[in-house]
Ligand binder design. Structure first.
Ligand code: FAD
Length: 464
């Protein structure tokens, strides 16, 4: 009898415990493994073109890695799976567990549909080094704050990566009955990274060789290629965080002078695990603030909100670092973390637009767009999250530009109107010459004024 390996956001063959479980069961049952990917129309509608394009290319790479045997079906997973299981005569479907609200609900529905056919849904592993919900404090409760979570997460530890099964007995499934063909790659202008497990591994190894040294300092510089860009591969499971953690450990064992950089990188991965854990315990945080800190009337509404969003999404706020970031989002489907924080802060605290609107725009354009990471980072910036930046710490977009893009190269790369302004002066184009360079907009708001409005709103919220 064959078993089914249902790939979702774990589009890889290496370090994939669910695939190993499927292979072991198939061997015992003298059957093959049916590799399956389901295009769920609900998810297709929710993801923007860059993410859908990356997914389509990554599924194509996975198909190639299975020797073209990947079965791709479109439809509601519970219906597709019940049909596939019946067609091929499988008694189990292997997956990595899903913890996000949508995935957890979907899997419960799948489990119920499979039960009617007599088949089981077998969960092995998850997209995290430690599954959400496992790291608890001494009282057996979830952590509220990041640093103690990180320490307990480190103390908990994780298993070593599992090797890719040497030979995978892929089942040959008749094409006509079970295939809808590979997903189409939607049209997008974004300049996206190469997709698939091999490309992700190559990028990661290049990062280890060329940029791990110095990461702790360089990671703050949007003008330099100092970060791993692994977020896309982690989002789609082309790489597993366990692999990255093991490689970091090996790098430091070889060369102790990399220790600080590796610790910093591990801390960033711990944020990813913390956000997944928070969302697991508070599924409502995907759309609602975990804490209400501002009065209802603090938010822009109607035309004011529309105008603010129009300037922000187009990268035409008149603040160079903000505009560069918003244009990088459209240009690459990825934005440097420092700049994500600055543009998010600007939307919430200078333009007084609710974080949910910004999160929605990010999700439509980010190639690494991921509900726990996106929504909880937005809540962190907005000051509404579990362990969030205090609301009164408001990013000054000009100072952030001078501190983290000191030569102005990042701004000039993304805002061509400002290319004629050399050096750090590019962060304050209104101080250069009599008029702004052709086509570059006036500032939509005065940061000093809006900062005060935000702080007053915050004080009113605390008093009420
Ligand atoms: P690196 O510096 O190389 O970091 C290594 C890995 O650590 C990343 O790949 C990522 O998995 C993790 N990491 C780093 N910073 C964070 C962080 N702040 N929170 C959680 N994990 C982190 N990340 C996403 O993966 N998807 C999102 O949808 C997303 N939305 C964001 C929205 C906002 C408003 C902000 C401020 C941050 C968001 N982030 C998101 C986090 C972070 O910006 C990206 O993970 C990071 O920029 C990815 O680039 P990198 O892989 O080169 O990072």
């Amino acid at each position: 009898r064959p078993t089914v390996a249902w790939f979702r956001r774990d589009l890889r063959l290496a370090d994939n415990p669910a695939l190993v479980a499927a292979v072991e069961e198939a061997r015992e049952a003298r059957g093959g493994v049916v590799p399956l990917f389901i295009l769920d129309p609900r998810l297709e509608r929710a993801s923007g073109a860059p993410r859908a394009a990356h997914l389509a290319r990554s599924v194509a790479a996975l198909s190639e890695a299975t020797g073209g045997r990947l079965v791709v079906r479109r439809g509601a997973p519970q219906d597709v799976l019940a049909g596939v299981v019946r067609d091929v005569g499988a008694t189990s479907v292997h997956v990595a567990a899903s913890f996000e609200p949508f995935g957890a609900r979907r899997d419960a529905a799948v489990e119920a549909a499979l039960a009617e056919t007599g088949a089981r849904l077998v969960r092995t592993g998850s997209p995290y080094a430690v599954a959400p919900g496992r790291v608890l404090n001494r009282a057996g409760e979830p952590f509220q704050v990041f640093t103690p979570f990180r320490d307990a997460w480190l103390a908990h530890g994780w298993r070593a990566p599992v090797a890719r099964p040497r030979e995978i007995p892929w089942a040959d499934v008749p094409p006509d009955r079970t295939r809808d063909g590979l997903p189409e790659v939607p049209v997008t202008d974004a300049d996206l990274p190469a997709a698939g497990e091999r490309a992700a591994r190559d990028r990661w190894h290049r990062f280890l060789r060329e940029h791990l040294r110095g990461y702790a300092a360089e990671r703050e510089r949007p003008d330099r290629p100092g970060t791993s860009r692994a977020s896309v591969a982690l989002k789609w499971g082309e790489l597993h965080p366990r692999t990255l953690l093991a490689d970091l450990h090996a790098a430091v064992t070889d060369d102790r002078t990399l220790a600080d950089d590796a610790v910093r990188f591990r801390t960033e991965l711990a944020w990813r695990e913390f956000h997944a854990d928070v969302l697991h315990h508070h599924p409502g945080a995907a759309s609602r603030s975990l804490r209400q800190i501002l009065p209802e009337d603090a938010w822009a509404t109607g035309a004011a909100e529309r105008d603010a969003l129009a300037a922000w999404t187009a990268g035409r706020t008149g603040y160079p670092l903000v505009d560069a970031g918003m244009r990088q989002l459209l240009g690459e489907g990825w934005v440097h973390n420092r700049v994500r924080m600055v543009v998010a802060s600007f939307l919430v605290k200078d333009l007084h637009v609710r974080w949910q609107r910004g999160a929605e725009h990010f999700m439509a354009h980010l190639v690494d767009g991921d509900v726990p990471q996106n929504q909880l980072n937005w809540q962190w910036v907005a000051g509404t999250g579990r362990d969030a930046a205090p609301y009164f710490r408001i990013f000054n977009p000009v100072k952030q530009g001078k501190d983290f893009d000191p030569d102005g190269d990042y701004v000039r790369r993304w805002v061509p109107e400002l290319r004629g302004i050399p050096g750090t002066a590019v962060h304050e184009p209104w101080l250069v010459g009599d008029a702004l360079p052709g086509g570059y907009p006036e500032r939509v708001v005065d940061h000093a004024v809006e900062r005060k409005v935000a702080l007053d709103d915050f004080a009113r919220g605390r008093a009420s």
